[in-house]
Design a protein around this ligand. Structure first.
Ligand code: TXA
Ligand code: MG
Length: 330
């Protein structure tokens, strides 16, 4: 298959409506979309990504009013979270409607819904006029793509098209909250911080890693990993090397040369640059990538979750690798 490219959301929407997979930009990362109500189209997403079939997809719609096209019986907490953070980087897990096929939700009776805020994503979803199932547009297990070039690198020849847009400004995926339980539980920390979400739903809980793996199948699988070995070390402890790259806020202090140093100016900048840096260091054939840890609060919590997963930890929440599923190289 030849993968076509366009910067016209209408054209990309026509490919999707014809039953094909189309990658599109969002504020978090690029997604790989298909008509969420068409089981054959959704199956193509799993094939293109080599995604395990037990990992449910997030369904994207253009506005809060459209959530009930795929969902029913939303709790008051679900509505409150959607109203507060949509459009934006929040995914609410809610009860699905019967006409959402099993392949979309990996057989679950719930569905994750999200309303992206990036203007080109809004134009695309409006033009699609159907709910769009979309995981991140990377080969399974690889860092999520934050540029259309990263999508092309992973999926060229495997999908119908790529809608070209800007680099994803947030750079870290949405926060996934299960609102079908009381109190609601954060299954995946993301770009909406837990602190912000608790201002709307104060009783919001954090999934511990075992519970998280049970409820959010995707978090069981190895994720976000470049080919190089990822280490986590402070600016004072990072060991230099000509085949090593460093990413952090503070300049590493030990003497010796580095293959590449990327310094971010603050935590949002670090988050925005993380995945692109991991991919760039791989392209430069670095053996090691050293990431400086940050305080795991606010956006820092999601950033550290991704860094720990890239470093091969089964759970982003705890540095303990004992949990089931560790090292599954998907
Ligand atoms: O920012 C994002 O969320 C991006 C953009 C494209 O929207 N999408 C994304 O999708 O990161 P994906 O498939 O890479 O991650 C979705 C996560 C997985 O961990 C999956 O298991 C979880 O959300 N998830 C989806 N539906 C679920 C459900 N019904 N119940 C529990 N977890 C669910
Ligand atoms: Mg993903």
């Amino acid at each position: 298959m030849i993968t076509q490219r366009t910067d016209d959301p209408e054209k990309a929407a026509r490919w999707l409506r014809a039953g094909d997979c189309v990658a599109f930009p969002t504020e978090t990362v690029y997604g790989l979309g298909a008509n969420a109500l068409n089981a054959d189209a959704v199956a193509k997403i799993f094939e293109a990504k080599d995604r395990p079939a037990d990992n449910p997809l997030i369904v994207h719609v253009a506005s809060v009013e459209q959530v009930e096209r795929v969902a029913q019986n939303l709790s008051s907490a679900a509505w409150a979270l959607l109203r507060a953070f949509s459009p934006g980087p929040l995914t609410c897990v809610v009860h699905k409607r019967d006409d959402v096929p099993n392949v979309t939700t990996a057989g679950l009776d719930t569905v994750g819904v999200r309303i992206p805020s990036l203007p080109v994503a809004q134009s695309f979803l409006t033009a699609c006029a159907v709910p769009v199932a979309a995981p991140s547009a990377n080969r399974s297990g690889r860092p999520s793509p934050t540029t259309w070039e990263a999508v092309r690198y992973d999926l060229d020849g495997r999908i119908r098209g790529i809608l070209i847009g800007p680099q994803s400004p947030t750079g870290i995926e949405s926060t996934v909250v299960d609102t079908t339980v009381d109190p609601p539980v954060v299954l995946r920390p993301g770009a909406v911080s837990v602190e912000e979400a608790r201002r709307v739903v104060p009783e919001l809980a954090m999934a511990d890693s075992v519970e998280q793996q049970k409820r959010s199948p995707g978090t069981r699988h190895r994720h976000y990993a470049p080919d190089a070995t990822v280490e986590i070390a402070s600016a004072d402890e990072a060991t230099p090397g000509v085949d090593a790259a460093y990413l952090g806020l503070n300049r590493p202090t030990r003497s010796g040369s580095w293959g590449h140093i990327v310094l971010a100016s603050n935590i949002p900048d670090y988050a925005a640059r993380l995945y692109a840096a991991l991919r760039k260091f791989d392209a430069e054939e670095m053996d090691r990538i050293v990431c400086e840890p940050v305080e795991p609060t606010g956006l820092g919590r999601a950033l550290m979750d991704r860094v720990r997963r890239a470093a091969g930890h089964a759970s982003g929440e705890t540095p303990n690798d004992g949990a089931a599923g560790a090292g599954e190289a998907l």
